[in-house]
Design a protein around this ligand. Structure first.
Ligand code: 5AD
Ligand code: SF4
Length: 446
């Protein structure tokens, strides 16, 4: 019997899918590459923007017919979309080939729910409204042996007014530092070189008390910077990254870590969302431009060649041309190494859904294009700094677009392609950059 897990959305979902795959393998199922052929197919959904919802329904539609010719096949759906009642209603009304629906808070229950559906031939919807403390010791099937995501916390307490995540992922919960460290030690002992710590806002690790049983760092416990310092000491770990960091909570101690820790990559993702103080206020971000510039200056003082990336939303309700020019100005001043840009998407149940002055679609698109052009211009200039340099690259495997070259990532998270032997996969190689392009580098083995 075979399975496949189709993952939409963020790294958090990718991480959850590794758990679901591990659970199915423990139940004796084998991975099938084509999700339409698998005996068990799980779709792990995202709802951060409307196109993620649409993409999910498109993929789910593709599972319709084979279901009729594939008796005993089980279709399960989970993730952020399932935490919203209107989605469950749509599934019940229009997608009768879905057998199991569960949410973001009861992934640990999946084996039991799955066996009920499989053995009792029943359909099941089990979505919990409230977050439980993070379950430990669940099975895992890691995507790569040499680099891994480690979730340190789940949920979000920030309620940015555009964002659905606090409603779908619940209140913030942090894992015990001992559990995190022993998971990383185990990964490193098995050959893992690079760890990326995950959380919606890692800077508030250990701070929230909203869920009983969650780790709290008050009274001398381990806060995020202290956690990084502990992880940095793990023998054999080469690279440490984290995401995502909310600018309002980034501490001087964390900034200092970039200058001090040997494993911490010189790279940070620091979503700004907008360059207008007025819009930042309406977004409930709790910082302004001046605060953000101060953090950028401090980061560059602590670590002069740090690579900085961001997320930016265009067309938030009420955004004027002047507000948008503030964003362009901020982008030009910070000079990001890369940026993820999004057109504002109305999310049901969020405060911004009710805001009156929604920006027309054509204006959003026109601004989006101008923003992307500005970012690319800067990226092109910045990538030239790598020309003729020798960079350390964690080699990931053959390139997806050209099987004759290997691909890997630099410490700054740039992609590098080069020709080399396959036994370099999973190692850190010295690569001299011979062609520096805007989004990727091409090099040769030193
Ligand atoms: N519309 C557009 N972009 C959004 N993001 C979150 N919610 C929305 C929305 N409603 C973006 C933010 C966040 C990233 C993960 O997705 O920039 O940082
Ligand atoms: Fe969403 Fe804001 Fe929480 Fe990030 S910090 S998940 S943007 S509410």
């Amino acid at each position: 019997m075979t399975y496949n897990v189709v993952t939409f959305g963020c790294q958090m979902n990718e991480r959850d899918s590794e758990t679901l795959a591990g659970m199915l393998e423990e139940l004796g199922y084998e991975y099938e590459e084509n999700f339409k052929k698998a005996d068990v197919c799980i779709l792990n959904t995202c709802s951060v923007r409307e196109n993620a919802d649409k993409h999910f329904f498109g993929v789910l539609g593709q599972l319709k017919n084979p279901h009729e010719n594939h008796p005993g096949r089980i279709v399960a759906v989970c993730g952020c979309m399932m935490q919203q009642q209107h989605i469950i209603d749509t599934l019940k009304a229009k997608y009768p080939w879905v057998d199991l629906v569960f949410g973001t808070h009861n992934i640990a229950e999946f084996p039991r729910l799955f066996k009920n559906v499989r053995d009792e031939h029943q359909k099941l919807v089990d979505v919990w409204e409230d977050a439980a403390p993070i379950a430990e010791g669940l099975p895992q099937k890691r995507t790569y042996p040499f680099k891994s995501y480690v979730s340190i916390m789940q949920g979000c307490n920030n309620f940015c007014t555009y964002c659905i995540v606090p409603y779908t992922r619940g209140r913030e919960r942090s894992r015990n530092p001992e559990d995190i460290i022993s998971e990383i030690k185990c990964l490193v002992a098995n050959g893992c070189k690079e760890i990326t710590l995950l959380g919606q806002n890692v800077n508030s690790y250990g701070k929230a008390k909203s869920v009983e049983g969650t780790y709290n760092a008050d009274e001398g416990g381990v806060d995020f910077a202290a956690l990084l310092r502990k992880i940095d000491k793990i023998e054999g770990l080469e690279r440490l990254r984290f995401m995502t960091s909310h600018p309002k909570d980034i501490s001087d101690d964390l900034i200092a870590c970039f200058g001090e820790l040997k494993t911490l990559c010189k790279q940070i993702h620091l979503p700004v969302q907008s360059g207008s103080d007025e819009i930042l206020k309406k977004m409930n971000r709790h910082y302004d431009r001046a605060w953000y510039f101060d953090k950028i200056d401090k980061l560059r003082a602590s670590c002069p060649d740090i690579a900085i990336s961001t997320d930016i939303i265009v067309g938030f309700p009420g955004e004027t041309e002047e507000d948008f020019e503030g964003t362009l100005d901020l982008v030009r001043r910070v000079r990001y190494d890369s940026a993820f840009t999004f057109i504002y998407s109305i999310r049901k149940g969020t405060p911004a859904e009710k805001m009156e002055d929604q920006v027309p679609e054509d204006v959003k698109h026109e601004r989006f294009n101008r923003l992307v052009d500005t970012i690319h211009e800067i990226q092109e200039e910045k990538s030239k700094q790598y020309q003729d340099k020798v960079l350390k690259v964690l080699v990931e495997g053959p390139s997806k677009t050209n099987k004759d070259v290997l691909t890997g990532r630099t410490e700054s998270n740039m992609t590098v392609d080069f020709v080399g032997p396959e036994n370099l996969i999973g190692t850190i190689a010295d690569i001299k950059i011979i062609k520096a392009q805007t989004f990727s580098l091409y090099g040769e083995l030193v």
